[in-house]
Design a protein around this ligand. Structure first.
Ligand SMILES: Nc1ncnc2c1ncn2[C@@H]1O[C@H](COP(=O)(O)OP(=O)(O)OP(=O)(O)O)[C@@H](O)[C@H]1O
Ligand SMILES: [Mg+2]
Length: 225
């Protein structure tokens, strides 16, 4: 059964639809790269998949259960426990330290505070930013914030990871560290991973690539090569 199944998603902010009928299914342990030009609807799609925006029509299901048409409160609850979301611009909480930001999902998920902090420290170490644990997001670089945002999305070992250009601010070595961590979440934990990226090399390492244009998935990229 698909971990994530989106069918016929449409969403308009104005006269031109940002999503014009998008369907996408992602299975257990599957990694899917979403590519496409700026403004083609990639972030909008991710926000709908994450339950942050309700589509005008169409539906998102998680593990065969309704998701997009739950109440705001139920969607938040499901998102916090079962999803890991990396936003395009990191969106860490500025008043918390880096390690507190990363621990938060594990703590919300019911883990003890100390255990959550340990898991968070492990991920910060994996991403080469353990020494920044006690700084605030405003006191680190953009790429360091981005790595912390990926750590925050993985700390509670979610069944579905939605990552919006998580390597956009990173050099190739750190980009590869992030990609490896996302891949491990898929291969080791069986998570479904949707990765929005402009980097063809990273996309080609995913199981499947799809291309968006003008709010639609036009073709699996592989079919265009
Ligand atoms: N909150 C909003 N209000 C109005 N229009 C929006 C909003 N968010 C996105 N849009 C519009 O919807 C379209 C799709 O935007 P989206 O952010 O999904 O693109 P994207 O593919 O993620 O682009 P990028 O690669 O630049 O991040 C764009 O035309 C954008 O201007
Ligand atoms: Mg975007």
């Amino acid at each position: 059964m698909a971990v994530l199944e989106a069918s016929g998603l449409t969403l308009s902010f104005g006269p031109t639809p940002a999503l014009g009928g998008v369907s996408l299914a992602v299975g257990v342990g599957e990694t899917v790269a979403v590519m496409g030009p700026s403004g083609s609807g990639k972030s909008t799609l991710l926000h709908c998949l994450a339950g942050l925006r309700r589509p005008d029509s169409g539906e998102v299901q998680l593990g065969g259960e309704p998701f997009s048409n739950l109440s705001d409160r139920s969607r938040s609850d499901v998102r916090l426990r079962r999803l890991g979301v990396v936003f395009q611009f990191a969106e860490l909480l500025p008043e918390l330290t880096m390690v507190e930001n990363v621990s938060l999902p594990a703590w919300i998920d019911g883990n003890a505070r100390d255990a959550s902090r340990k898991s968070a420290e492990g991920l910060l170490d994996r991403f080469g930013i353990a020494h920044l644990a006690d700084r605030h997001p405003g006191e680190v670089s953009g790429g360091e914030r981005q790595r912390a945002a990926v750590a925050r999305a993985l700390v509670h070992e979610p069944a579905l990871v939605l990552a919006d250009e998580p390597t956009g601010a990173l050099d190739s070595v750190n980009g590869q560290l992030v990609l490896d961590a996302l891949m491990d979440q898929a291969r080791v934990q069986g998570a479904a991973v949707v990765l929005v990226t402009h980097e063809a090399r990273l996309a080609s390492l995913c199981d499947r690539e799809v291309l968006m244009r003008d709010g639609r998935i036009v073709e699996p990229v592989a079919a265009l090569r």
